[in-house]
Write a protein that binds this ligand. Sequence first.
Ligand code: ZN
Length: 336
Amino acid sequence: MSDPRERKAYFNLKAGPEIKKIKKYLENNTFIAYFLGKKNSGKGTYAKMFAEVLGEDKIDHFSIGDMIRSVDEEIKNGQKKKELISFLQKNYRGWLPFEQILKFLESRNVKVLLPTELILALVKREISRRKKKSIFIDGFPRDLDQISYSLFFRDLIGYRDDPDIFVLIDVPDAVIDERIKWRRVCPLCQTSRNLKLLPTSKVAYDKNKKEFYLLCDNATCKDAKMLAKEGDSLGIKPIKERLEKDEKLIEQAFSLYGIPKILLRNSLPQKLAKEYVDDYEITPEYVFKWDDKKKKVKILEKPWVVLDNAGEKSVSLLAAPVVVSLIKQIVKVLQL
Ligand SMILES: [Zn+2]
């Protein structure tokens, strides 16, 4: 499943007719989908894989976090800053005077949340840059007031005939915890992998520290050692509050009328796994052993079982089967 060609065959096997229907729809239509999921729930991965299957020329994805970071860069660049200001002068409507908004952007402390009205104007700009493409927006709505904005959002952005969809992602905290704890990042190309759940093809062993580590398998990185980011060993502890807030937000979105909703489940109870999914659709856990005779790392795969938020022994699905579910539900929601 890590090979793009194998993945293509897998998607055709599991959702061939649905993929055809969506492709046909996308020839002349677009949609906007808002991803609602906790931090690290895999939103970016799902959106990218969906685009890989349905066509990168038809599907795009952007995250509010990246959008804000790019605004921080624009503010430092004379010409780009001018363009940004001129766009906001035309498109920003809100409770704070424009001058204050500008000051806000210029002296922004990363921890401070930008006003919703400003985010709205910026999202609008991102969408207008992607004409004729369907879009997955990741990280919005971020707050309750933003949920209500997003309800009539498409009317504001000239997508009036386009359907919009909430895509809710349900993932156990334990999965997020392990994703963070074992995350390893290449210092050169920033590729992110996981020592326990998604290793690269090259695993090495440090005899002195008795530690296994990943080497980036990106050819240009020349076997760079992948590193843990500061604080990652704490797992979800530092973001516990944020996760609880996200959960409330998702619950709230669930109870909304009038907007189609898609639910993606990352996990299912272990006892139901045999009935509903194939073994190769389940996230395995990788275990390493050092073979001192052959001077080689032995890589073993075993089933990975986590407790879901209700304390039930569960298995976690790989991204591809979750995307299959996304494809099937989109067909239903769009009535194709
Ligand atoms: Zn790299």
